[in-house]
Design a protein around this ligand. Sequence first.
Ligand SMILES: Nc1nc2c(c(=O)[nH]1)N[C@H]1C(S)=C(S)[C@@H](COP(=O)(O)OP(=O)(O)OC[C@H]3O[C@@H](n4cnc5c(=O)[nH]c(N)nc54)[C@H](O)[C@@H]3O)O[C@H]1N2
Ligand SMILES: Nc1nc2c(c(=O)[nH]1)N[C@H]1C(S)=C(S)[C@@H](COP(=O)(O)OP(=O)(O)OC[C@H]3O[C@@H](n4cnc5c(=O)[nH]c(N)nc54)[C@H](O)[C@@H]3O)O[C@H]1N2
Ligand code: SF4
Ligand SMILES: [Mo]
Length: 684
Amino acid sequence: MDQATSKTSFIPTLCRMCGDRCAITVERDSAGRAVSVDAFPDHPRNRGRICNKAGAAIDVANHPERILKPLRKTDVGWCEIELQTALDEIAERIDSIRERHGAKSLAVWKGEAVGFNQQEGYARRFCRALGSPNYLSNDSMCFCGRYIGHSLVYGTWPQADFRNAQCILVWGSNPPASHPPINHAIMDGCANGAKLIVVDPRLSTIARQADLLVAPRPGTDGALAWGLINTLIANGWYDRDFVADQTLGFDTLADYAAKFTPAVVEGETGVEAETLQAMATMIHQAAPRLAQYVGCGVELYDNGIDTIRAIAYLIGLSGSLDVKGGGFLPESLELRSLMLEDEIPLPGLTRVDNDKYPVLHDFRGETQTIDTMNAILTGDPYPLKGMILTGANPALTNPNSPKVERALAELELLVVRELFMTDTAELADYILPAASFLERSEVFCHSPSQTVTLTNRAFTIPGVQDEYDFWHDLAHRLGHGEYFPWQDEDEVNAWLLEPTGISVKELARHPEGMTYKPLRYKKWSERPLATPSGKVEFASEYLQSKGHSEIGKYRPPYYIATPEPDFPFVLISGARKAVYCHSRGRNIPRFLDILPGPSVELHPDDAVHLGVAEGDRVVIRSRNGQAEFPVEVMAANEIMPGYVQATHGWKAAANINLVTFDDKPDPISGFPTMRGVPVRIEKV
Ligand SMILES: Nc1nc2c(c(=O)[nH]1)N[C@H]1C(S)=C(S)[C@@H](COP(=O)(O)OP(=O)(O)OC[C@H]3O[C@@H](n4cnc5c(=O)[nH]c(N)nc54)[C@H](O)[C@@H]3O)O[C@H]1N2
Ligand SMILES: Nc1nc2c(c(=O)[nH]1)N[C@H]1C(S)=C(S)[C@@H](COP(=O)(O)OP(=O)(O)OC[C@H]3O[C@@H](n4cnc5c(=O)[nH]c(N)nc54)[C@H](O)[C@@H]3O)O[C@H]1N2
Ligand code: SF4
Ligand SMILES: [Mo]
């Protein structure tokens, strides 16, 4: 590491061991090495608290297995090459593919680990500059479902104002493991008097804290949400003025909801009438101070978007849109955009997913990764030949891993930017050493608090490029230098900030973040929402025009609609644990101390029937494939009989995505069925 100084220094920045971006301080020793991480005392995101993953940023940065030299695959294995040579060769091969197959035959894939906004912006910008419509990301199965589901109704995703709420309603999320700062906000809200309702088929950590725990059968939350809508409307427990003035489609909503009587809801979800009534009563009593949060627990079913739409309606009905303690509509900072969507519109270019998901494309401008795998293998609708992938490990994280591996191996050119040798990197033609988040500097907006913060580079390693330097150098080699005119990320930061009136210098003086706009509520009374009509759209003509139902109707999830008798159990995959992020961190000793290995969670009755005890190995088999896990026998109230849970990200036989499949997607977003997978459990 360079930047050696004579003394120890402390660099404030934002953590990115997960996406939550808590404010931290990194201690750098006199040799320029990052040696410890502590909480930055005063930032609205985390208010001086960090989780047990943050400290491991140091272990990642200084890890002995880090890739520090570019690697080229040869017949006899990996061979180290110079960075400039690697970039020259990659550029030549991209050029050759582009000449033979056109720019659209190239794709860029950005994963969860590099983050969103600015880092995503570089990847998107490069892809556009190249002239390809095929920008791919982990958002093919994360976040977009919730973003689209809410945006269809409100124009954006309202942010739950937990601390000022009177009722907090959490669906399919376990923030103590997945979003510690959100958990702190929820706990603060509860300490301030809010009641907490958690909807989760498992007794998760947050579910244990709930005043009311609601456990529907997995994938049936839509029916529960419609039951609530029906109860609220039937009792007159909704905000009539808000509904009359600000919404469209209430009658359609009310007509459809009427079907969801308590008996129908119970039949579909298993949630009893009294629980439904208690939930509706708590929502009514708290309204409009209802802070609702939807996690990725409901997103990865084949009915995900419509479920999320149905849940989202509760914000409008309770009149909690953009009120204190409700669903806040953040205002953004007018940063410049890196996207190049206006400059390079790419008219007439079909995406390699055959434009199958126009709603995903309209809202997110990305190609569905699931269909991209098929396109690579079949050449339909056209051949995809080259890919640059950064910050992702889809060989473990996308469903149907064997197919993902086959597809990525089929590419004529795969370039992977990585810190470590991963299952995906193994498939590459070139692996380029990537900077960790401590080696980058970017402008970051935290929208719920409307603050902007500059992240600071804690150190750099010679020869290890940050994301910007990489895209810059490659773009210049390919004749697109005009789109990457800035020398480094510091210059990008200045350019992005220019229209805002906030300078980099000023921002650097405020590691606690600068408020860019004071929080204001009920902005819908002054200006239209970002929906086509400017109103809250309970019914969406736009969605109807794309061939979908105008309201978020309930469809039972795949495993209920299409039972597979040979696979009597139902797998819910991916519940987050307090350490690890997806496939990351399995080489970090302090994480392995906390959670040494994978497990599949089983109900005790199921364990008895299967004749297995704690620690026994079982095979989890679906019609797609199989994985092998040690058993974790849960308490009877922790998981429903007949359902099993296994977290993703483990390698080899414990990769649960050997079991998940990719052929039953949500029809609106293309999100795969990562939960609600029919499986069989067999003792090894
Ligand atoms: N430590 C750690 N933190 C992370 C991550 C990580 O890998 N590790 N990943 C990050 C990322 S990218 C994401 S997207 C978030 C995701 O984090 P969350 O949004 O919190 O989602 P999950 O942890 O996947 O699932 C939360 C809960 O959903 C429940 N669930 C499953 N099916 C259903 C259902 O049908 N209905 C309901 N109501 N609940 C259901 C599960 O039982 C589980 O308890 O976490 C982020 N934070
Ligand atoms: N079965 C199942 N599968 C799931 C899920 C589930 O719930 N169930 N959840 C899904 C969700 S929500 C998501 S978001 C995806 C995430 O899936 P991915 O986007 O594949 O994320 P990771 O597995 O974290 O892979 C990130 C890779 O980037 C590398 N890396 C770390 N830091 C950096 C960096 O700074 N720069 C670069 N260039 N690389 C870096 C890491 O070493 C790691 O190999 O997984 C999904 N997969
Ligand atoms: S929750 Fe933990 S890992 Fe995530 S950003 Fe905050 S401190 Fe880092
Ligand atoms: Mo995610």
